[in-house]
Design a protein around this ligand. Structure first.
Ligand code: NAD
Length: 308
């Protein structure tokens, strides 16, 4: 059976390595991003560039999206030269939305696409840029199980899929919950490291102890040793997106009447960090305001030199 023609819209930190893996797996991939440099670089690797989302839709059967916000997903699908203007009634198209947009965004997308005869699955991902490069992402798919099954081979190139449920938005729900759990671990571990360092403890040893003890988390195993103790702060997830994810989760907690006291405090820490360092600073820099307040920096043995 021949491979379906793929489209990929949103060639950013996550989209670039995902689209690259699909090209390397033998798929023909049509790409669009307003960042012409990103498109050019994938075209060199075998992709075909398109001028807008409608052109991507016309030239592909399965269209993957990896976009920053629900508003941008909406504009790409339904706005000027959007996906819906690139379809005809003869070819069945499927949209896989890999972006984090929250349950409401996912439901609106599925509804709008379905009214134009386009199938879709809500499929946010977790695992960061490293997971996108290695093809080890967790893909939280929700929607019609037969549609998810039909694109199973495409998803396999990107990571491990979980069929979360039959309704669009269910994938988003677990995704925004997961991200609040994850950033909460990062925030508390960051505060703890500042405290320990001020008390005279060695931060590398502290992280080793967490990782052998009950304080272990993805933050202590990966984000802190690789991107905080080294002072590189380049995990690859912008604060702006992390603030968005926390908002999307807390909107759901409010709508469903479930208080999230801890999550709300973490959201405030993210907002403070974003106000201080800017929307494009990395989420791992959430430690920096705490360091500033405490008057101390947490530097591991492998930290890059100050001011480099
Ligand atoms: P990014 O900002 O690096 O990439 C987004 C891309 O979308 C950019 O290349 C941008 O030019 C493009 N874009 C913006 N407007 C567009 C438009 N109108 N049409 C087409 N393209 C447009 O973001 P990212 O880190 O790659 O994240 C993408 C999505 O994946 C987000 O929803 C994010 O929350 C989610 N996510 C990110 C990570 C991560 O670690 N970076 C992990 C899991 C999920």
């Amino acid at each position: 059976m021949s491979l379906p023609k793929l489209g990929f819209i949103g060639i950013g930190r996550m989209g670039m390595p995902m689209a690259r893996r699909l090209i390397q797996a033998g798929y023909s991939v049509v790409v669009f991003d307003p960042n012409a440099e990103a498109v050019k670089s994938l075209v060199k690797e075998g992709a075909t560039g398109a001028e807008n989302p409608a052109e991507v839709a016309t030239n592909s059967e399965v269209i993957l999206l990896s976009l920053p916000t629900p508003d941008i997903v909406d504009a790409v699908a339904f706005g000027e030269n959007g996906i819906v203007y690139g379809v005809d009634s003869d070819t069945q198209k499927t949209v896989i939305d890999l972006s984090t947009t929250g349950p409401e965004g996912a439901r609106a997308l599925a509804e709008g696409l379905s009214s134009k005869g386009i199938k879709s699955i809500d499929c946010p991902v977790s695992g960061g840029v490293g997971g996108a490069e290695k093809g080890t992402l967790a893909l939280m798919a929700s929607g019609d199980p037969s549609v998810v099954e039909n694109v199973g081979d495409v998803l396999k190139v990107l990571g491990n899929s979980f069929l979360v449920g039959p309704e669009p938005g269910m994938g988003q729900m677990i995704k925004v919950i997961n991200n609040l759990v994850s950033v909460t671990a990062l925030a508390i571990t960051s505060e703890a490291l500042v405290l320990g360092t001020k008390a005279g403890l060695n931060p590398d040893v502290m992280v080793d102890v967490f990782n052998a003890s009950s304080g272990q988390s993805n933050a202590s195993l990966t984000k802190i040793p690789k991107f905080v103790l080294t002072r590189s702060f380049d995990f690859g997830f912008a604060l702006d997106l992390s603030v968005k994810d926390a908002r999307l989760c807390l909107e759901q907690s409010e709508a469903l009447g479930v208080p999230m006291v801890v999550g709300s405090a973490v959201r405030e820490m993210l907002k403070i960090t974003k106000a201080k360092l800017g929307p494009q600073a990395d989420m791992t820099s959430i430690i920096q305001p705490v360091e500033e307040w405490a008057g101390i920096k947490v530097r591991g043995a492998n930290a890059k030199p100050e001011n480099s």
